[in-house]
Unconditional design. Structure first.
Length: 318
């Protein structure tokens, strides 16, 4: 990626997919441009339009001023769709996100749909240096869980993340899972309930395969502070947790990662992202049926890969 600059952030992990652009010549040789990467050059004084988003917006009938500080959009999708419309009109745009936790996946929005959208300056900024959280997890209320005995609780599970990894990935099955669970902010340890035989790992020949073997009963497999997933219908299509305490408080906050991606900026140039914490995303190295790797926030996907250029990440936690 050309012109990428990252200012210090507390945590920056591989969930943010960043790569240097490359091209493949007719000879099959690949040329990378890592030697040409420079700092992003962004003139923020060019901004012509501001769009506000707040999860605690005041309901008004003033649609003409939707997105203003006094009448902000209530969700990220609505605000970012308005930003795309402004970019399409070649208006440099700043999206100001007010403090709160946003639980949305807008990765279907196309930030390179036209030359105007791809090249016009876009700033997406948390209103303050802390307090803007974009989460891949949803809350599963304590009252919705069913006791299974011995401190184990179950909840219906509709997601099918499966076991996915490229053939050069980890040989251990636990490393092929995407699920994550937190109870009152503390992560639970994943335990394999559905065992699979793995073939094709580490041989660099095609794709790995997973053959189902057997089910480990949650009451026997789970210990305090752990969880497991039974995706298969014959095993109940449920997620099981065994919290750190035998008695789960009715007010316990149970969060489970259910979104595999939050936003995709592939092909978007002249971009600033500032003061946002991206967290708890169930992204996998190579998700089911995908011909590409994904991350919580992506800047270069597709085949051929379309990279973003001139990108500034400022005070970002991922």
């Amino acid at each position: 990626m050309n012109n990428l600059y990252l200012r210090p952030s507390t945590l920056l992990l591989s969930a943010l997919l960043i790569s240097s652009p490359s091209t493949t010549h007719a000879s099959g040789e690949e040329e990378t441009y890592s030697s040409t990467i420079t700092g992003a050059v962004i003139d923020e004084s060019l901004i012509e339009k501001e769009i506000h988003i707040s999860p605690t917006r005041k309901q008004t009938a003033d649609d003409a001023h939707q997105g203003s500080p006094l009448n902000p959009y209530s969700d990220l999708r609505s605000g970012l769709e308005a930003a795309l419309a402004s970019l399409a009109a070649s208006q440099p745009t700043k999206v100001i996100i007010h403090p709160g936790t946003y639980r949305e996946d807008v990765s279907d929005l196309d930030f390179s749909a036209s030359p105007e959208i791809a090249n016009t300056l876009l700033i997406i900024e948390g209103q303050s240096t802390e307090g803007v959280v974009w989460s891949g997890a949803d809350i599963f209320h304590a009252s919705d869980w069913t006791p299974q005995g011995d401190g184990v609780l179950s909840h219906p599970w509709i997601y099918r993340f499966g076991n996915y990894s490229p053939h050069w990935g980890t040989p251990g099955l636990i490393g092929h899972r995407s699920e994550m669970v937190w109870v009152d902010g503390k992560p639970l340890r994943p335990v394999i309930l559905e065992d699979y035989e793995i073939k094709g790992m580490g041989d660099w020949k095609g794709s790995p395969s997973w053959t189902y073997q057997h089910f480990n009963a949650p009451n026997e497999a789970l210990s305090s502070g752990s969880f497991g997933v039974a995706e298969r219908q014959e095993n109940g299509s449920s997620i099981f947790i065994k919290p750190f305490t035998k008695e789960l408080s009715p007010n316990a906050k149970i969060e489970i990662a259910v979104r595999q991606q939050l936003i995709d900026f592939s092909g978007k140039h002249n971009l600033v992202i500032r003061n946002i914490r991206f967290e708890k995303v169930a992204n996998s190295q190579w998700p089911n049926g995908a011909a590409k790797q994904i991350g919580a926030v992506s800047f270069g996907l597709g085949n051929p890969v379309v990279f973003s250029q001139n990108v500034l990440l400022d005070n970002i936690d991922i």
